[in-house]
Ligand binder design. Structure first.
Ligand SMILES: [Mg+2]
Length: 257
């Protein structure tokens, strides 16, 4: 019997970088009556609020339901839960990268992308940046954070550019973990700081066995950022988009409600 429904965010609950659509918000609110809901993503906590929590509020989520929502930000290296008495989110744990590691990773990503001709600084929107320190990981987003979704889709649909950047980085700085995610992103962290870390802590914090978790992700292939969860032996549903996720959730609710 599953107690926990856990989700990747980008391309699993939404179109990358956008808020979850109303249909997903409505389905998640219903799921909160029966399951602990645990999004795990490379995004920052603030993005979880914008992309998920704000939309759940629009769909009528109650404070009591929010206590069953567990936010595993930065691949689960940060965990937030809702504190009913404070009416706010509290950070339960945080495992940040050392500042010297952030500098090393940032330098190598820029070097590799420039060498390969994939450093697209001239295409950035004003105020945007290619490399972002997300505390527990450094994230390369080839066209920045704010670029439109279709431009992002078109940049590297077969992941070949990012695979080349990762191969170059691994030569220069081998002792880190490189993962391809989203549509233009590469996440870099300390080894072990991937979704396996997040899922392992999720099991511990929620006091559940991995057999009680059902995970949804779009990058479940080897090398994808959802693959570590698959490797752990957690039951996983591979989706192509949030539409597949909605379809599966309607099925789950159909046998639960
Ligand atoms: Mg994804």
């Amino acid at each position: 019997m599953k107690k926990v429904l856990s989700f990747d965010i980008d391309q699993t609950l939404n179109i990358a970088k956008t808020p979850i659509p109303p249909e997903i918000a409505e389905l998640l609110v219903r799921c909160l009556n029966f399951y602990e809901i645990c999004p795990i993503s490379g995004q920052k906590f603030e993005q979880f609020l914008l992309q998920i929590v704000d939309e759940l509020r629009k769909a009528g989520v109650t404070e009591e339901q929010l206590t069953h929502l567990h936010l595993f930000a930065a691949q689960g290296t940060q965990y937030y839960r809702y504190d009913l008495s404070a009416h706010d989110w509290e950070q339960v744990y945080n495992y940040p990268l050392a500042e010297e590691d952030v500098v090393k990773i940032t330098t190598v990503l820029e070097q590799a992308a420039k060498k390969l001709g994939y450093w697209e600084e001239d295409k950035l929107l004003p105020g945007d940046q290619i490399i972002e320190n997300r505390l527990s990981q450094v994230t390369f987003s080839a066209l920045g954070q704010a670029m439109g979704t279709s431009e992002k889709y078109d940049w590297d649909p077969d992941c070949k550019k990012r695979e080349a950047i990762v191969a170059e980085c691994q030569k220069l700085l081998p002792d880190f973990l490189y993962e391809i995610g989203g549509t233009t992103s590469i996440n870099v962290a300390r080894p072990g700081m991937n979704k396996e870390f997040g899922m392992t802590h999720l099991l511990e914090e929620l006091g559940v066995d991995k057999s009680e978790v059902l995970y949804f992700g779009d990058m479940t292939q080897p090398g994808g950022n959802d693959y570590p969860v698959v490797q752990m032996g957690v039951d996983t549903i591979t989706v192509r988009s949030h539409e597949d996720t909605a379809y599966a959730l309607r099925g789950i609710l159909g046998v639960t409600e």
